[in-house]
Design a protein around this ligand. Sequence first.
Ligand code: GLY
Ligand code: MN
Ligand code: MN
Length: 435
Amino acid sequence: MIKQKEYAKRRMQLMRMAGEDSIIIVCAAPERIRNNDVHYPYRQDSDFLYLTGFREPEALLVMIPDKEGGQSILFCRDRDPEREMWDGPMAGLRGAVSEIGMDEAFAREEISRRLPPMLHDRERIYYDLGSNPVFDQRLIGWLNEFREKPRRTFHAPEEIHALDHMLHDLRLYKSRAELTVMKRSAQVAVTAHERAMQVCQPGMNESEIHAELLHTFTRNHCVPSYQAIVGGGANACILHYIANNAELRDGDLLLIDAGAEYDGYASDITRTFPVSGKYSPEQRDLYDVVLAAQLAAIEKARPGVPWQRVHDEAVHVATQGMIDLGILKLSLEQELEQEGYKHFYVHNTGHWLGLDVHDVGEYQIDGESRELEPGMVMTVEPGIYIPPNDTSVRKCFRGVGIRIEDDIVITKNAPLVLTGGLVKTADDIEALMAG
Ligand code: GLY
Ligand code: MN
Ligand code: MN
């Protein structure tokens, strides 16, 4: 669990970056209706969660920097026994101070009365316009009203700045406590993938394997960090396949891309293994190409290396491998130059990972690929997908999709593979499935 003190430190850092003459406002995620009287499971906005650890809807965080550091104020729902009978306990105003560590808390009904005066004498508002259209309107309405007041009685901010550049840069570098939580999230996903490999048999349905993943997540107090992909045979070539309802056939591979979310933090793992427990020689050949690409890319992921070079390394190794197997026909230089490999290697090799599975943080700085630094967490996930109807490729490869994905932390030396506990070589996967 991330401690109250760490949330306070994050707010302090952000307020220091924003400057004493500013004010920072962040909205909680709205609740969303799925259909009549039914909501989607509530998930707090990741920025809001990062700054507060507060998981209830209908809340607004206001941070007012000053010389001593600053003040954090939460507008939230006050406790209401009748509502708590339906929805369970709420922190309320007192809990917002004692459990969440706010300096002050007010009922959300007080926003219109209390927030506008807080804007007085502030030069800039940091707020992500567009994040909550209802609040956007209120904020702009207040600013328009201020403009009509005499300047000497009320000095309203002139500017609204996006908050995300500063905040998302903080979120990109994970603290020790965050890494502890992410290790747990990774471990639960590892266990879920192991179980999926162990129970898989020809004739089962993708849905049964999906259920095994959810079983492990739920038992371990996790939710899926995204909709799991359980794609047998050519379904593995559908990159966002989530139907997960086809029969698993002897001789096919099964691609599972599934991650857990623990205490808000995501893991994201992909493995591709034989439904029967044994790769065919050609499946194994292609598998080994993707694995070699992934290992080479992980090896490259060190401080000072531009993000893009990790991808380039994976592409390089995968392209040579596809040439060796006759899937690509030109020389390495020609394939790279003409980007022929993109026919089969269609996505990027990774992304930042954290509170969001595709976590925030810039990938480029001043038009250049960003250099990796210790504390960043990312996935490394090369994939090769041969369309089922591609007659330019030998039949044995058609409809085969293989991706291998792990989560890594950049350290001073070799990266730490958070998901390294999960079998990955063809031999190790076969051995686990045989056991
Ligand atoms: N599961 C989402 C991704 O791999 O990016
Ligand atoms: Mn991923
Ligand atoms: Mn994934």
